[in-house]
Design a protein around this ligand. Structure first.
Ligand code: MGD
Ligand code: MGD
Ligand code: MO
Length: 757
């Protein structure tokens, strides 16, 4: 199709091509596939890949290809609605105008503040989506509450990795170096192609986690890089020719990391130059690692000793090595220690901030200034009331949110004060997404006085607890900015260009502006002459630090900031401009000076998961399997897309992957329904027999509900039927407040007749 690289082109037959970058809604991490949105007569016709995008080069995922189905789905909510709180759980919604919706929301906020104090309002947010950049501000400077909550027990996604990086490296999120910053990409003269790409607890092909476009791994493999996958499942990338997999028992990663460090130290193959000049606590770490001889580690992890030795030797000697760490770090009570040991490995292989190693963001996030300022709208007194801040100083230093498990306790107990109003932004957390023990959350939330939902579809969460529904526009229906790692490590930035209008939907930033301008106009001035939210004025303000406007970004099409390697040598990582890292000691802290203050061991250690056959031998016979969960699917983003026919056809049911030998012993065949249960709960999944999973381990998909089923209480679209998170314990977290075992609890499996009955 004719295309002249302008951001918008109109063809003679009336077809309009708008170049854009995807993010959300619908959900996605900020990969920013470069796309062309094809519209005609105001209707979205289809999405095509944009070959000119230097990272994605025309490739697009299935969820974006299904955008037309999603956009015009009959179940989509496209007008504001309200429901009498007495009718929660019943389909008794009534359409209203935006004026009325904003009036109701603002009046409720003012009423709650007056009656119970601003802290009685909690903004609940989900993950990874564009909304995540804005809902903190919605809480702090628009609504005026210190309580912004990401409900996943142990804050088990991304936050732990970012916080550990802050504490140990004093930098933004370390990302694998795929030459994304450079316009000439892999040809850039300073870039070196890694010999090894370590994918640790991460499967970036389906997940594209936090902006890592997974297909770059294939681009690099085509140029000669090899992959080492550390995963209980054999993944496609892990088993490609020449690649290697260390298949381990779930949640035993910290033992493996300490074992690898131990081999590198014993065989003296670590990077002396980097370790001696830029690291703190080597001797102490060496002493700790010596407690993890390879044979012991092999017993714990099930990875053969010879494979561990071989991996350590390859990674220490075949350089450069790039490292990608995934969600398995966060969904583990022992994950903070794993993060530390992982960063030590990147130091030992000389990978930190070196070409083809791992890249580090600068000390302050790009476009982060505005975000950081929002807390300033709250008094110190109010900020001190943040739920869990006093009890969990480790977590609350890294994250501006509440501690999630503590929030559930507060919801149930009313201590230290009662929560009265919930604002749910981009989270459908009664489904097996965010929350562990979702039934407890449900029972607490239905008791709140008032709840506002910001979503696109009626969900189990909205049906159960919502009183006001604010309908959201998709990425194709609004302007926005896509930025990797939310600016913590900005590899590229792209404009999202509105191409189509559906109903009366607003974007998340438009909702923030509408509420903020009413309640706190000094902080939220961006409205037009009619008082309507003016998102472009807001983006112009945000982009000031780069010296361009939103329109400049859109004309330019794409922004790659370039990259300076070895910033620690050049005084570019510390606020004071001195060489070194932005940590207490100025060095990479192999031994942490902060952890000790927070009551945690200053060195990494392995801890057996609390609910395993080893830590609970008394339950081992009853629950002989370890279950991991939630490895990503191409066809869905968490609980989303279950109602999109072409995507549902790819993965029609929740699935449990079982090793064929285990299945045979239990009389289970592929396609059978299986109940997975433990001491906390049960859920039903369809069996998939596969030799790619180790014997003794099962893997369940997450995020399931059934939009085709009855939505009203008590069924709530079948949300309790295949809910893996009912099996995940509450507050089974690490000492800093991070990490819950979504990827490792003991279970049993048995054949049943179907999803129901
Ligand atoms: N299509 C799609 N993309 C998504 C999402 C989605 O729902 N759908 N969700 C997004 C979100 S919020 C996130 S956080 C990212 C997550 O994306 P990733 O970081 O890639 O994490 P997962 O896909 O959960 O799991 C990655 C791998 O970890 C393995 N694993 C399981 N348990 C363990 C363990 O104990 N140790 C080790 N080493 N490996 C283990 C799994 O087998 C899996 O292959 O994906 C994002 N992208
Ligand atoms: N068992 C198990 N559970 C898990 C995981 C796992 O691996 N295993 N992974 C966990 C992880 S890492 C995460 S991050 C959580 C995710 O949990 P959540 O982020 O809570 O994800 P969803 O439940 O899908 O809720 C998102 C809702 O927001 C709506 N939405 C989508 N995009 C937007 C947007 O841009 N704006 C607004 N306002 N709404 C939007 C969607 O329609 C959907 O209803 O799940 C966690 N749950
Ligand atoms: Mo996540």
């Amino acid at each position: 199709m004719a295309y002249d690289k302008q951001w918008r082109t109109e063809l003679p037959d009336g077809t309009v091509i708008t170049r854009s970058n995807t993010w959300s809604p619908p959900g996605s991490h900020p990969v920013g596939y470069g796309v062309k949105v094809i519209t005609k007569n105001g209707e979205l016709i289809r999405i095509e890949g944009d070959d000119d995008n230097p990272i994605t080069t025309g490739r697009v995922n299935a969820m974006n290809l299904a955008m037309r189905e999603y956009t015009y789905h009959p179940d989509r909510i496209i007008y504001p609605m309200k429901r009498d709180p007495k009718d929660r759980g019943l389909d008794k919604w009534e359409r209203i105008t935006w004026e009325e919706a904003i009036d109701i929301a603002c009046n409720k906020i003012l009423e709650m503040k007056e009656k119970y104090g601003a802290e009685s309002i909690v903004v609940f947010g989900g993950t990874g989506r564009e909304a995540c950049i804005y809902y903190y501000a919605l809480a702090f400077s628009a609504i005026g509450t210190p309580n912004c909550c990401y409900t996943q027990s142990g804050w088990s996604c991304y936050g732990p990795r970012c916080s550990v990086t802050d504490y140990i490296l004093g930098a933004g999120y370390p990302e694998m170096d795929y030459a994304g910053y450079f316009e000439d990409r892999f040809d850039h003269d300073e870039y070196v192609l890694p010999k090894w790409i370590v994918l640790w607890g991460k499967e970036p092909l389906p997940s594209n986690g936090d902006g890592l476009f997974g297909h770059v791994v294939i681009d690099m493999m085509k140029r000669g890089s090899r992959v080492m996958s550390i995963d209980p499942r054999m993944t496609w990338l892990g088993c490609c020719d020449g690649n290697k997999t260390l298949q381990l028992r779930p949640q035993t990663d910290t033992a493996l990391a300490l074992g690898l460090l131990n081999v590198m130290i014993e065989e003296d193959i670590y990077d002396h130059d980097f370790v001696e000049n830029w690291c703190y606590g080597f001797d102490e770490l060496a002493e700790r690692a010596a407690e993890y001889p390879v044979e012991k580690v092999a017993d714990i992890t099930w990875v053969p000793a010879e494979k561990i030795r071989e991996a350590a030797r390859l990674l220490a000697t075949e350089k450069p090595v790039t490292w990608a760490w995934g969600l398995a770090f966060d969904q583990n009570k022992n994950g903070v220690q794993l993060g530390m040991a992982f960063l030590a490995l990147t130091a030992f292989t000389g990978s930190i901030d070196s070409p083809g190693g791992i890249t580090l963001g600068p000390p302050s996030a790009l476009l982060g200034k505005w975000r950081m300022e929002q807390r300033g709208a709250l008094s110190d007194e109010l900020w001190a009331k943040r739920i869990g801040a006093a009890e969990w100083p480790g977590l609350s230093t890294g994250m501006a949110t509440t501690q999630p498990d503590e929030t559930l306790d507060t919801l149930e107990s009313g201590q230290p004060y009662a929560i009265k109003m919930g604002w749910f932004n981009s989270s459908n957390f009664l489904t097996p997404t965010c929350s562990a023990q979702p039934k407890r959350w449900h029972d607490g939330l239905v008791k709140l006085e008032y709840n506002v939902i910001q979503d696109l579809f009626m969900t189990p969460t909205a049906m159960a607890v919502g009183d006001l529904f604010l309908p959201m526009s998709t990425w194709a229906e609004h302007d926005g900015i896509v930025i990797t790692h939310y600016g913590r490590n900005c590899i590229f930035m792209g404009p999202m260009n509105k191409a189509v209008t559906v109903g009366e939907c607003y974007s998340d930033i438009e909702v923030c502006i509408a509420i903020g301008n009413r309640l706190n106009p000094d902080w939220w001035p961006w409205v037009d002459e009619n008082g309507k939210p003016d998102a472009e004025a807001f983006f112009d303000y945000q982009l000031q630090e780069l010296g361009f406007t939103f329109n400049d970004l859109r004309e330019r099409g794409f922004y790659q900031p370039g990259y300076t390697y070895k910033k620690h040598e050049k005084g570019l990582l510390r606020f004071d401009g001195e060489p070194g890292f932005n940590t207490v000691t100025g060095l990479v802290e192999l031994q942490s000076t902060l952890y000790e203050v927070w009551g945690e061991d200053s060195l990494p250690y392995y801890e057996e998961p609390n609910y395993s056959q080893i830590s609970r031998p008394q339950d081992a016979e009853k629950y002989p399997f370890m279950a991991t969960s939630g490895a990503r699917k191409y066809s869905s983003f968490h609980s989303e897309h279950r109602q999109v026919p072409s995507l549902r056809a790819i993965d029609p049911w929740p699935v449990v992957e079982i090793n064929p030998e285990d299945a045979k012993a239990k009389g289970i065949a592929t396609g059978d329904w299986v109940e997975v249960e433990n001491m906390f709960g049960a859920g039903r999944f369809q069996a998939l027999l596969t030799p790619t999973i180790l014997k003794g381990i099962v893997h369940c998909t997450h995020g399931w509900w059934f939009p085709e089923q009855a939505g009203e209480e008590p069924n709530l679209y079948g949300v309790w039927k295949s809910n893996f998170n009912s099996l995940v314990p509450h507050k089974n977290i690490g000492k800093l407040g991070f990490g819950a075992p979504y990827k490792g609890v003991m279970v049993n499996i048995k054949r049943v007749d179907g999803l129901d009955g």
